[in-house]
Design a protein around this ligand. Sequence first.
Ligand code: APR
Length: 246
Amino acid sequence: MERQLISEILVKKLKSATSVAVLTGAGISAESGVPTFRGEEGLWKKFRPEELANFNAFVSNPDLVWEWYQYRRKIIESIRPNPGHYAIAGMEKHHDTFAVITQNVDNLHIQAGSKKVHELHGNIMRNYCIDCGKGATDVTALRSGKVPRCLCGGLIRPGVVWFGEMLPEDPWRAGVQAAENAQVFFSVGTSAVVYPAADLPRIAKRAGAYLIEINIERTELSPYADEVLLGKSGEILPRIVEEAYA
Ligand code: APR
């Protein structure tokens, strides 16, 4: 793929922007080894979300769902952030307001040093009881292949948002606010088909933000973007940092 140029407009906009926000999806973690959902080797090509990523599936077959999340946790524990995550963390200090709004549950933005990360779909390293809501921290129980139980007897579930569930209020509200206030908004490594997260770039654009999409291919969002940078986020983001903040 031809080396994507960083436009002078984008560099100028970033140099003057006081408020910037970034929405990320599975694509930003692909170069770290986290499978995406809808790509060639995507999780939803191999597994059925209706069997694994919703509440009813969990209640009807908790061990199957738990085992699947243990499998995903093992992958995520063995990987590290990539230059894309670090570039985003490095952008933070150059703007008065900077927010990372992520659909990813892999904790990699936090590991890369980003301070303000709004996790719209939760975090796979967290767990809680479906009955009393208490966070589960008993590592031994959490490491077992079988779904653990809370002291109250309730099933312990992964701290992620499943299909058909509401997003956690605070991260969603913070995400909307960041989108409404951003002068520059990046949509990175997301197919932009899962709502309400996919609304955020459109909210930002309607509020006047300069909208940049970074993806290895065009998406449903591309016609709305002011710029579509085609390529790997782990290659394009470090170059944006180099050219905009040098
Ligand atoms: N750099 C940039 N973009 C990439 C890269 C890369 N190295 N690799 C893949 N992509 C792009 C793909 O082209 C695709 O558009 O990342 C996108 C990943 O899309 P999905 O797999 O649909 O993941 P995402 O958009 O994060 O899914 C949203 O759906 O399944 C649910 O809850 C899950 O948070 C997830 C949500």
